[in-house]
Each structure stands twice: as structure tokens, then as C-alpha cells.
Design a protein around this ligand. Sequence first.
Ligand code: ADP
Ligand code: ZN
Ligand code: MG
Length: 338
Amino acid sequence: MYEPVIGLEIHAQVLTDTKIFCGCRTRFGDPPNTHVCPVCAGLPGALPVLNRRAVDLAARAALALGCRINARSEFARKNYFYPDLPKGYQISQYDQPLASAGLVEIPGAGSRVRVAITRVHMEEDAGKSLHEGFHDSAQHTYIDYNRSGVPLIEIVTEPDLRSAADAATFFETLRRLLVWLGVSDGNMEEGSLRCDANVSVRPAGTKTLGTKTEVKNLNSFRHLQKALEHEIARQVELLADGGRVVQETRLWDPAGARTVAMRSKEEAHDYRYFPEPDLPPLEFSAGRVAAIAEALPELPHVRRARFVAEYGLSDNDAGEMTRSRGMADYFEETARRA
Ligand code: ADP
Ligand code: ZN
Ligand code: MG
């Protein structure tokens, strides 16, 4: 018997009107390259200025996830070459993230599952390569930089999940929370929320972690669950046949219902991270953290428990009535009038 071990890295677009380091709009669906300036196009000499609202929303999410906001965090350059990345690096956070050490509880099979949050950090999104839809798409790729510099948070979990179903439940719980908080619109078709799944398997009862693979860019709960189910089965089969898992990045192929290798550890990027010289460290006063914590709404799981206690709902019904904040408000208003 093998036990799956899963850790997730989730990217969510933060709901600001403007980008993280410039004043360009973040609006989705406008004609390509209509929200671009020297900063988000990466022109030499252009300097980033951090969007305060993006920071507050990121901190709001981190606090709701039970994290500690670090008094001082740092932006870092993650260097790699790709045409949709105009500067040749992404401004992200590395060894000094915005927030650390949170905890989320999800309903699991039978009992509740505790998932520790390693960190929440901020970063900018890249542009989008357009491989289809042009008369010469067979020869050329076009690039839309409207998304370049859109603010993201990345939420990283500890390897605490033990099944594909629990991973999907976690992702759903997280999506609901981010939408509830007004931090993200959670729109997965538009790419506002995406998940990378890290997974390994080990003989049941053992403690050491097996070699993991990472399945990139899953943009629905179903894809996450299916990709993990297939990847777990693939790894178990390999080990059961006396083989070994190769550490690599894989992609989910929904049509073929399988994961396919994308790049191995040897081909992995060396990102040559270093502190971003154009941005000062991000300092958070205790007062600012307290103000953001103060402004948090009652969280979905707290409200769910209260609906059970106060209105005598079953836990299941209380779950339905807290699917969204709008639904919960509607229920509560109606119940009060009845
Ligand atoms: P990397 O060096 O590949 O970035 P990290 O240690 O930073 O790996 O972890 C990235 C993600 O992978 C985290 O969500 C973590 O929980 C998860 N993870 C790390 N090791 C394993 C493992 N052996 N099996 C499953 N998930 C893992
Ligand atoms: Zn711009
Ligand atoms: Mg890592």
C-alpha cells in the first residue's frame, strides 16, 4: 500500500484596479496591449512603485489563512528568459515573504484535515503568449502584455494533503475564502486562480517523503483532482514495478487523461534570485496589521458553525448557506425576519 503526499502552490490574482508596480488597468478582456506602460513593458530605466492596495489585500488573505505578517519582507528578482516576461525577470518574493506559518482546516473523509500554510507572497504576473487565432499563427506567436504586472499572491502549503479529493476540497475552500474576502474574483476561466500540485507517494506507515513531481497550471477543481489521481496511480505503478519516480515538472493532458513530462530536475531553471534593488523592503507596522485584521469579515467556517448553533441548521445546510457571503447575508436576513 502506498500513501500519497500532496502540497499545493496556488496563484490568485488580487482584485485591484491597477497593476502591482504601475498605474495600468488590470481589466480582463480588453484588446491586446492596451494596458501597457514603460514599467510593465520592462523598458530600461522605468522604475516600479508598489501598489499599496495590493499589499493590503495580500495581507488580508494571509491573515484569514492564519498567517503571521512579517514585519519586514523583501522583493526579489526571479530571472528567466521567456518572451512573455519583458524584463527577463519576474519581481517576486523569495526568502523574506510577506507572510508565514498559517493553517487551514477542511472537511476530509470522516474527519477534519489540517493543512499548514508555509507562506503567502506577492508577485507580478507575466504577459500572455497567443499561439492561435491569427492568420500566421502557424509561423508566429503574438504576445499580449495586458496581464504583465497584474498583482498575484502565491499561497504555498506544507505537504499535508493525503488524497486527490482532499486536495480538490482544499482548493475549493481556498477559492471560497478568497472570494469571500474580496481578495480575488476566483475566476478560473480567466486565469485569476491557478494551482500547481506537488505529489509523491510512499509506503503506508513510513515517514520519509518520496520523490515528488509537480503538475503545473491546473485551472479547475476537477482537473486538479483528476490530474492527481492519475499522477498518484502512475507513481504507485512505477514503484510497484521496482522503478523509481523521477523529479520533474509535468503537465495535465485532459483529453488523454494523463500527465506528461515537461522538464526534468536537470532542465529546471536556476532562477538566480537576488533582492530587487529598485524596491525598498516592505515594512509592516503592528498598527497596519491590526487594522487589516480588524476589518476582516466573519470567516466562512466561523459563520457556518454559528449558523448551526444559532439557527439550528445541519452542518451540511450551513455549508450550503455559506457558499458565498451574499448567500450567507441573504439567509441571515431572511431568518431574522421569519
Ligand atoms: P521546490 O524546491 O521544488 O520548490 P518546495 O520544498 O519549495 O519544493 O515545496 C514546493 C511545494 O511542494 C510545497 O507545496 C511543498 O509542500 C510540496 N512538497 C515538497 N516536497 C514534497 C514531497 N516530497 N511530496 C509532495 N509534496 C512536496
Ligand atoms: Zn504599466
Ligand atoms: Mg520552492
